[in-house]
Write a protein that binds this ligand. Structure first.
Ligand code: XMP
Ligand code: MG
Length: 184
């Protein structure tokens, strides 16, 4: 397939095939944990929208989906530490078993904030599923219950993850060339 973005990618960290295989495994693991529990898959927008779409189809349990949007980066490549809800839950989550679906667990600021928020809203249980885990920069005591891949301390894009709202449609996980950051 032709791609306008390919020339901006320095290297590929996780290929499409690796994503497909791992997400299939993750779906099976979640099936074992959640069958008969009618979990609520809760996608943290925007970054997790691609992963969410593949994960829910890899896990054939009776379930529903929900979305919340937060922002903490304000177009920078490191977390500002302040998390704001920009689109809130549209349903009551009291007593629900939540599967939080994240693209990447980095500083942990976002998930520390959201975990607390969902507990105050009465969730019965909270399971954190992240496609990528970047432990090098963790600032909060947050761990994923299930992570797809551990990535090094580099800013990554693709498969939902952006730089300044671009590159979300790159079908693999990659690292941008340094000049891309200085051009914009
Ligand atoms: P924190 O630092 O709060 O990060 O754990 C959570 C959110 O920040 C975004 N994020 C990234 N986005 N490449 C991205 O495109 C990265 O390397 C990266 N690190 C963090 C992401 O939206 C995540 O949900
Ligand atoms: Mg982002």
């Amino acid at each position: 397939m032709r791609s306008e973005m390919e020339q901006d990618i320095l290297k590929v960290l996780v290929t499409e095939e690796q994503l497909r295989e791992r997400i299939a495994e993750m779906g099976e693991i979640l099936y074992d944990r959640f069958h008969d529990k009618k979990p609520l898959f809760l996608s943290v927008l925007k970054g997790s929208f691609v992963f969410m779409a593949d994960l829910v189809r890899a896990c054939q349990v009776k379930s529903d989906v929900e979305f919340i949007a937060v922002s903490s980066y304000q177009n920078a490549t490191t977390s500002s530490g302040r998390v704001q809800i920009t689109h809130d839950l549209q349903q009551d989550i009291t007593g629900r078993h939540l599967i939080i679906v994240e693209d990447i667990l980095d500083s942990g600021n976002t998930l520390a904030f959201l975990k607390e928020y969902f507990l105050t809203k009465g969730a019965a249980s909270i399971t954190i599923v992240t496609l990528l885990d970047k432990p090098a920069r963790r600032a909060k005591a947050i761990t994923a219950d299930l992570a797809g891949f551990v990535v090094p301390d580099e800013f990554v894009v693709g498969y939902g993850l952006d730089y300044a709202q671009q590159y979300r449609n790159v079908p693999y996980i990659g690292v941008l060339k340094p000049e891309v950051y200085t051009q914009q």
